[in-house]
Every structure is written in C-alpha cells, then in structure tokens.
Write a protein that binds this ligand. Structure first.
Ligand code: PMP
Length: 426
C-alpha cells in the first residue's frame, strides 16, 4: 500500500535491522478476525498478532476492563499486594487440575521458561546435588529470545551468538513423524546417552506442547512414556504452553491431548488477548522452592494487565472458545489436506484446533523457505493475513486465527491459500 511507505521507511531508518522481514501491513485497527489499515484495506486474520488474540481482536469487554482499571488510577505495584492480583491468581489456578495449584505472574513467555529452569535446577540440586542439573529440551524448539530461554530452545542460529553455552542444556529430536521419522522413545534415551548424559543427571524435560515451528504434536504414547521416565528419574516434566494455552488447540490446555499432567506449565500470549502478562503454574511443593522475596519482577501482577487477563479468561470460558477452535479447526484441517493433496510441494501438515503448519519442501524433504515466503506474501496481497513463515529454513506456513473465527471465514481463507499456491507455482 503506497500510503504506508512513509511509516515503513521510518521503521527502516530508526529501528534495528533485526526487526525487518515482517509482511508490510500497517495495522490500524482490528475487530473479531479482521484487520484494517488506515487506508481502507482489510485482511482476514490468520495470525492473531502472533497467537495473542485468542478471544478475537478489539474485544470491547477487554478494552473496557483495561480502561476501568486505568481510570481507577491503580496502574502499577508489585512490592505490595493488590485485590486484582489476588483475583487473577485465584481465577487462573481455578482453571487448572489438581495438583497444579500455585502460580507466579510475569510479563513475557521467555521469563516463564527461565523461571521453570530455575525451579528445575533448585529441585535437582535439592534431591541430587550439583550433578542433577541437566535440562533436556527438543531440537527445533522455540522457548523465547532471552539468554536463558534461548539456551533451552533448540534452534542453533538463535543461540550461536550467545557463546559459552551452558553445558547443562541438551536437545533431543522431536518425534513429529516427518522431520524426525523415528517416533520411538528409544531415540530420546539413545540421544541422551550419545550426549554423555545419565538419566540421573536430568532435573527437567521441557517441551512445547506442540512445536511452534511446525505445529507438530508428539505421539501421545511417547509423552506418556516420557511422563513415566521423568517420574522414574525424579525429573520434572514442563509443558511450555505459551502458544498452546487458552484454547488454541481445541482444548483449554494443550497437554490435555496427551492425557498426562506436567509438573510445571508456562503461559503467555493468549492469556490476555492484549497486554503483556504471563504466568508459570505448577505443583505447590515445586513453586514454593524459591525463598520468600526471591522471585518477584517489576511488572508482576500489573493491575491493568491483570484486568485484561481476567476479562479475556471470562470470554474464553463464557463463549467456549476452545470448543469453537476444535470444531472450526476440523474445517481448517480439511481445507489444508485438500491443498496438500493437490500440491506435492505442500508436503507436511500438522496442527490441532486453530493452529496449523503446512511445510513447503523440495525433493528429499529439503525445506523450501522461498516457496513458503512467496506464498505467504501472495496471500497477504490477496487479503489473507499471516506472519512470515517459521520452522526449518522458514518453510512452514503457520496458521493461527483468533479462536472466534467462523467455519465460513476459514473456508474462505483456504480458498485464498489454494489460489496462492496455484499462482506462485504456475
Ligand atoms: N515459548 C513459546 C512456546 C513461544 O511460542 C514463545 C513466543 N513465541 C515464547 C516461549 C516466548 O514468549 P515471549 O516472546 O513472550 O517472551
């Protein structure tokens, strides 16, 4: 859009280069599952920002709660208790099954992952001494961009710059059945052995409930075995639900698909559909390991963010958005299966509920980031909004609409995506 060029130019001039590469759509406002720019253009949103607006864009209930709290003139506090922080903690813990009944509020997803690492290390030290300090995570995993969360992650280019990588972080292949064909649990045990890690040294295993870069879930049996393995070796099992939580996968929590409970779980993104707030939730005996006074962060329990999260959770529960995600998610998968069947380049489809990943490959499973990029850009030109492709070499077209999208809008989006494949491959 020519009118947006001065804004794009300003960002180019003043913002660091690392922010480049976003589809050039300058959002002005957004409602439901539509995004508008200031010049009369409109997009069907398949991004939810970046999986944030689970309850839909521009929800009046959330804006009203934010505004009421702001007008109430209590805008910040963390060194002192507040009623709204207490209310949110109770509300969120109330959504969790026993025994996951203690919570800590933070600001970003990355911080929650780092806090999980801290708890795991304290737990390991307490029961096994210095050597029980290894955190096992999965290759290709994304857990955030702060130093600690990048160490947990399994994407080499994201952490090459860190230097002095902590040897206490080990990655194993993620059993998605496509990029890693072997989905047996032996691969987990064998990879640890190859890395010289004894099971007794592991203090925690951390995984995204589905991998953000592919939208792939692990086979439930693998996760059940992993749960038993963790119990047997007194290692914590941590599900990073920063993306999967709050209804995204068709159930309130993503881990429900596996039929196991984690010891700790991390939340962010969809928790408020708006302002930055995150949380870690877990078993009281673990959450209470850090000493009093040793955990708080400046924006913990920010009252305006708490108000947004409370209003958001009310909408997700009242409108049963996880159910809508499950039902409309079937329509999405059906549309994507059709595209996959038609174009051999769209070789790998994963996801559940309202998250999906369609990976573009060349022969022999070579990731085709260029094709994925061209298709996403074509969709954006045609009025279907997605963020830049993710995953191996940026080859995954990632789909994550607000959870109140309709089946009709999803069918419409699939038709646009199919046309984009046709046109780009013509
Ligand atoms: N974990 C997962 C699974 C994520 O998807 C993300 C963000 N994409 C993070 C952690 C980090 O969250 P944040 O960007 O809020 O720090």
């Amino acid at each position: 859009v020519p009118e947006s060029l001065p804004i794009l130019q300003k960002l180019h001039d003043f913002e660091l280069r690392a922010m480049a590469g976003q589809p050039p759509v300058v959002w002005d406002r957004a409602e439901g599952f539509q995004v508008y720019d200031a010049w009369g253009n409109k997009w069907l949103d398949w991004s939810s920002g970046v999986l944030i607006t689970n309850a839909g864009h521009g929800r009046k209930e959330i804006a009203d709660a934010i505004s009421a709290q702001a007008q109430h003139t209590l805008l910040t506090n963390y060194c002192f208790p507040s009623a709204i922080r207490a209310e949110l903690c109770e509300r969120l813990v109330g959504l969790m099954p026993e025994p996951l009944k203690k919570i800590f509020l933070l600001t970003t997803g990355s911080e929650t992952v780092e806090f999980a690492v801290k708890i795991a290390r304290i737990h390991g030290h307490k029961i096994g001494g210095r050597s029980k300090n290894v955190i096992v995570s999965f290759e290709k995993a994304f857990h955030g961009r702060t130093m600690g969360s990048q160490q947990v992650g399994g994407i080499p280019v994201l952490k090459e710059w860190i230097g002095n990588l902590d040897p206490g972080f080990v990655q194993v292949p993620f059993p998605d059945g496509y990029w890693t064909e072997d989905t047996s649990f032996e691969l987990f045990e064998r990879t640890l052995a190859e890395n010289g890690v004894a099971p007794s040294q592991v203090c925690a295993v951390i995984l995204e409930t589905y991998q953000g870069g592919t939208a792939a879930f692990a086979p439930p049996q693998y996760i059940k075995t992993l749960r038993q393995w963790c119990d047997g070796h007194r290692a914590l099992l941590v599900f990073d639900e920063v993306q999967a939580g709050f209804g995204r996968t068709g159930t309130l929590w993503g881990f429900e698909h596996y039929g196991v409970l984690p010891d700790l779980t991390t939340w962010g993104k969809g928790i408020s559909s708006s302002l930055p707030i995150s949380a870690i939730v877990g078993k009281p005996e673990l959450m209470d390991l850090p000493n009093p006074g040793s955990a708080s962060s400046t924006h913990t329990g920010n009252p305006v963010c708490c108000a947004a999260a409370l209003a958001n959770v009310d909408l997700i529960v009242k409108e049963n958005l996880p159910h809508n995600a499950a039902v409309v998610g079937e329509v999405l998968q059906e549309g994507l299966r059709k595209i996959k069947a038609r174009f051999p380049q769209a070789a790998y489809l994963a996801g559940k509920g309202l998250v999906a990943g369609l990976a573009c490959v060349k022969a022999h499973k070579q990731p085709d980031g260029e094709l994925a990029h061209a298709i996403v850009w074509r969709c954006v030109e045609k009025g279907l909004l997605m963020f830049s492709p993710v995953g191996p070499a940026g080859c995954t077209i990632k789909i994550a609409p607000p959870l109140n999208i309709t089946a009709e809008a999803v069918r419409e989006g699939c038709a646009v995506l199919e046309e984009a494949f046709e046109e780009v491959l013509a």
